[in-house]
Ligand binder design. Sequence first.
Ligand code: BTN
Length: 260
Amino acid sequence: MLQTGTKRFRTRILGQNCLYFKELDSTNTYLKEHGGSLAHGTTVIAGRQTQGRGRLGRAWSSDEHTALYMSVLLKNIPQPISQSLPSLCGLATVKALEKLTGREFLIKWPNDVICLGKKVVGILCEGRLCGEQSYYVCGIGVNVLQDRAFFARNGLDHGGSILTQTHRVKTLEAVAESILIELEALLDVFVQEGFMPLLPAYKRHCVNIGREVRVITGETEQHGICVDVCADGSMLVDFCGQTKKICAGEASVRGFYGYV
Ligand code: BTN
């Protein structure tokens, strides 16, 4: 069972201070508010979120006991590379879930984690400047044990869980630990050398490269071909011969065939 404690996970730093709440508005909101006085690597997990938040101001719905709501506090991240934190978290999560389940997981730019065409994980990274100090909160929501009926009931046509997509039954604790282990390993490289050494692995897992995409920015939608993803987390899209850089904070993408 997940509960507050230290040394719960087989990691050196991430999650060694772990705060567990039965219910929170949002694990990201909690760490954004309290991160200034907490140690690097502090991890907050909630059994349920009442105001879970997603990318681009969207909501992230909550289901007790079947999904993981986890946020990790990262300090001392050099500011110039902080914009690729979402890509880093996406890659760490994909690697973790592949090891845990033995199945293939992919990344839909910038950091949705999908399996067999369904979104299994959503990631929201946020930064906070607190006096002289800045810190980052990486929020990871993983659908673990929901069944197909859950997604149908909630109108989440593109959603799936580890259970529905891989038929593997995993505990929330095992999923949390596998992500923390992988994130810790990649973070060591990232802090030293930035995202560049990790970019080839990200690209190998990214479903969008070389495919048609609809780029949705506010009310406008443009069609193009994703030609590349850069080390700063942006995507290069070719719109009828003109290549434009699309930043993750501004736009979402959809393919032409379902969610991917
Ligand atoms: C998205 O796909 O839009 C991102 C969803 C991120 C959800 C996670 S759940 C844990 C953390 N707390 C939040 O309020 N959001 C993130």
